[in-house]
Design a protein around this ligand. Structure first.
Ligand code: 13P
Length: 255
C-alpha cells in the first residue's frame, strides 16, 4: 500500500492583518514545532505572506497563497502571479476555492490556467472541488465533480501532476458547522481517486493527496482521517486560532 503523507492546511481567508497573522503563525509554531508525521500549510492573506514566511522559514510549517493570476506579469491591476508568490515564500497555492467560484467568477477554465501557471513555477496547487447543497439534493454530486476535475485538469499528463493536491469541499459544509460524515467524505474521495486513475493511471491516483474541507474541527478530524482515501484537511474557521488548529494537526495523538 502506498503511504500518502497527511497534509493539514489552514485557509485563513480574508482574516488577519499583518501583525495578527505574524502572531498567529508564531503561536502555532510554538505548538507544532516538533511535528514530523504530517505536512502543515497555512494560507494567510496576500498582504501577510512574506512576513509569515519569515516566521516559519526552515520549520515544519509551509506557507500557501489563497489564489493567483495565471499570467507571468503585465498590466493586470490588482493581480498576483505565481513567481511573485514564490518570491514571497510560498510553497503552495489554493486554486478554485468555492468562494472564488461563487463570488469572483472563477471557472473550471480559469482553474486550469491557474494550475498550469502554479505548476510551471514550482508551486504545489491545492485544487478545490465540491458540490452545492442544491446539487447534492438533486443527486448531481458526482456529475458536478466529474466536470470540475475533467475540465480543471484538461491538457495535463500524469507527469505534470505529480505534486497536485485535490481538496474536496462540499459547499454546504463550508462555515456551516455541517460536516460531511466520514462516510460521505470517503465515498466522494474514492470517486475522485477513481477518476484520477481513469484519466492519469494508477500511480498518480495512488499518490495524490485528497483533502477534505468543510467545518473540520478538533472533534471530527480523527474520524475523517481514519477513512482510507482522506489524506488530510483544508481547514477554514478552525485554523484561525493556533490552539484549535494545533489540535487538528495533532489528531493522531487524540485517537
Ligand atoms: P470552514 O472550515 O470554516 O468550514 O471552511 C472550509 C474551507 O472553506 C477551507 O478552505
Amino acid at each position: 500500500m502506498v503511504h500518502r503523507r497527511p497534509l493539514i492546511a489552514g485557509n485563513w481567508k480574508m482574516f488577519k492583518t499583518c501583525p495578527e497573522a505574524v502572531e498567529t503563525a508564531k503561536q502555532l509554531l510554538k505548538r507544532v514545532a516538533k511535528t514530523t508525521d504530517v505536512d502543515i500549510m497555512i494560507a494567510p492573506p496576500f498582504t501577510a505572506l512574506a512576513q509569515v514566511s519569515d516566521v516559519v522559514k526552515g520549520t515544519c510549517i509551509s506557507v500557501g497563497a489563497q489564489n493567483l493570476f495565471w499570467e507571468a506579469e503585465g498590466a493586470y491591476t490588482g493581480e498576483i502571479s505565481s513567481s511573485m508568490l514564490v518570491s514571497a515564500g510560498c510553497r503552495y497555492v489554493i486554486v478554485g476555492h468555492s468562494e472564488r467560484r461563487q463570488y469572483f467568477n472563477e471557472t473550471d477554465e480559469s482553474v486550469n490556467w491557474k494550475l498550469k501557471s502554479s505548476l510551471k513555477n514550482g508551486l504545489i496547487p491545492v485544487m478545490c472541488v465540491g458540490e452545492s447543497e442544491k446539487e447534492r439534493e438533486a443527486e448531481e454530486t458526482f456529475s458536478v465533480l466529474d466536470k470540475q476535475v475533467k475540465n480543471g485538469l484538461e491538457d495535463f499528463s500524469a507527469d505534470d501532476l505529480k505534486v497536485l493536491v485535490v481538496a474536496y469541499e462540499p459547499v454546504w459544509a463550508i462555515g456551516t458547522g455541517k460536516t460531511a460524515t466520514a462516510e460521505q467524505a470517503q465515498e466522494v474521495h474514492e470517486f475522485l481517486r477513481a477518476m484520477l486513475e481513469k484519466k492519469f493511471g494508477n500511480t498518480l491516483a495512488k499518490t495524490t493527496r485528497i483533502l477534505y474541507g468543510g467545518s473540520v474541527k478538533p472533534n471530527n478530524i480523527a474520524e475523517l482521517m481514519s477513512m482510507p482515501d482522506v489524506d488530510g484537511a483544508l481547514v477554514g474557521g478552525a485554523s484561525l486560532d493556533p490552539e484549535t488548529f494545533s489540535k487538528i494537526i495533532q489528531f493522531q495523538n487524540r485517537t
